[in-house]
Design a protein around this ligand. Sequence first.
Ligand SMILES: [Zn+2]
Length: 165
Amino acid sequence: MAYSSPLTGEYLRAFERHATKNDPKRGGATVPCWEIVAYAADILDIAARKLGDSLDMCRLARSLGIDKIVFNSNAQMLKPGQYGIITINADNKTTIVLRDELEREEKRFTLAHEIWHYCLHVRSSGGGDYSIFSSAIIEQEAEIFAAALMYLLDQRTAQRAAHAA
Ligand SMILES: [Zn+2]
């Protein structure tokens, strides 16, 4: 499966540096988890340069090119038990839907998880549009990525608060 990404500029270069590698021990079927963590660290550095002190998970998502983040309390778009989804419409606009009843930290984690799916959009054969593809391996990668991204972002925020005090 050849991945292609809707990311651009520095974000795309960071993706290519880390997330296009395969883990030989697992038959090349997955991105090594240390590369996923390194990628999370790199995009936070890039986003911090762009956004400064206003950096948070939502602004990071927007900075990566995600058009909309909506909180959906009516469960029509989400299957039972599903925390979030990512959709792309015909105009290539990307929306992440998060379940409204989630705790704040669960929302941030789910958003980070969906960001991984966004970064891995697979280019469809026709029309050059992007579509979402997932598998058990991608779900696992998304969890590693989300954990790393949230931890590193929180650490960055805590350090900034300590400096400001
Ligand atoms: Zn997922």
